[in-house]
Design a protein around this ligand. Structure first.
Ligand SMILES: O=C(CNCc1ccccc1)Nc1scc(-c2ccccc2)c1C(=O)NCc1ccccc1
Length: 330
């Protein structure tokens, strides 16, 4: 089996991408954020206090003839940015891009933090990290990918995210039409539960490539690219008027500044992020000060190749044994 689903940016800065899914019988449609940086599939639901719902679509298990409460199970997750959610669990049919998991654990939110309430376009998350990270207790649950993997033509899913346009998540196959040249595969360390891999170094603009092993995670759920401070300061040294703002929590610069591109290595392959992707967004709508798409990972504790990096490439998440990750230019 194979599947293919759209990844639509939620705003003009590509802060997150949403993918349509259907849950239950008759099918209820929601739009979820595919998140390779976590492993819980959770949704706004009929169990979410109305005061915490601000335009999101909800899943009502009591309206699904195939929904079954997973008795005595709860979940609770906190993301690195402090956002959080928790609730109970139902088992139901779950379909993405024409692929159905019959008995998917659908985690229903009974509480979401304000930042989720504010994200009116995001009805929940589909965690596609490793199932070891799933927070359901007392028995942790499998991700959608782990549930459908054995039935896929190939145990893979791919991300083709785009800047300011709809991209795709494919399941079970690698679409040659979506990339140019070759895909370079490197090992993944699944122990932390993320898609962790080693980048082989970086270059700023047309500068020389600096070889250095950078361990990071490929995370569709994180908007920006977070790398070691030394790399980030070297980058912004080349940006007129750039400062590291405590007020805004990172590097900002005049929106009119010209930015160098940024290249990262994957083994002997090179992925170049166009400068436009690093001019992330005005700090507030209409401001002439812009926030950088490349930021320091020192406050984060882990290097994260988020959407700013991923949308410059075609990425293969290979769930085989051993797992690997593939990167190609496009
Ligand atoms: O949590 C994730 C993936 N989910 C991101 C997400 C999606 C929707 C809403 C909220 C969050 N990725 C990872 S792995 C490790 C971290 C992390 C980040 C900062 C400190 C400690 C750990 C994060 C994460 O929180 N990503 C989102 C994020 C937000 C702000 C700054 C950095 C990263």
């Amino acid at each position: 089996a194979t599947g293919s689903a759209a990844a639509e940016p939620i705003d003009e800065s590509d802060q997150a991408y949403i993918t349509p899914v259907t849950i239950g019988t008759p099918p209820q449609t929601l739009e979820l954020d595919v998140d390779t940086g976590s492993s819980d599939l959770w949704v706004f639901s009929s169990h979410t206090p109305p005061s915490q719902i601000h335009g999101q679509q909800i899943y009502s298990p009591n309206k699904s003839s195939t929904a079954k409460l997973l008795e005595g199970h709860t979940w609770s997750i906190t993301y690195g940015d402090g956002s959080a959610s928790r609730g109970n669990v139902y088992i139901d049919n779950f379909t993405v891009g024409g692929l159905t998991a019959e008995k998917q654990a659908v985690q229903c939110a009974q509480q979401v933090s304000a930042s989720f309430t504010r994200e009116t376009h995001v009805d929940g998350l589909i965690g596609l990290g490793f199932s070891t990270l799933n927070t359901v207790s007392p028995k942790s649950q499998l991700t959608f990918f782990d549930n459908v993997k054995s039935g896929l033509d190939s145990p893979v899913f791919t991300a083709d995210l785009k800047h300011g346009a709809a991209g795709t998540y494919d399941f079970g196959f690698v679409d040659k039409a979506k990339y140019s040249g070759e895909i370079t595969y490197v090992p993944v360390n699944p122990d932390p539960g993320y898609w962790a891999f080693n980048s082989s170094g970086y270059a700023i603009g047309s500068g020389k490539f600096s070889a250095s092993a950078i361990t990071g995670i490929a995370d569709t759920g994180t908007s920006l690219l977070y790398l070691p401070t030394a790399i980030v300061t070297a980058y912004y040294r080349q940006v007129e008027g750039a400062t590291n703002s405590r007020t805004y929590g990172g590097y900002v610069f005049p929106c009119s500044s010209s930015l160098p591109s940024f290249t990262f290595g994957v083994a002997d392959a090179r992925i170049t992020i166009p400068s436009a992707y690093i001019n992330y967004a005005p700090i507030t709508p209409g401001s002439s000060t812009c926030f950088g798409g490349l930021q320091s990972s020192s406050g984060v504790g882990i290097n994260i190749f988020g959407d700013v990096a991923l949308k410059a490439a075609f990425v293969v998440f290979n769930g085989g044994s051993p797992p690997t990750i593939g990167w190609a230019q496009k």
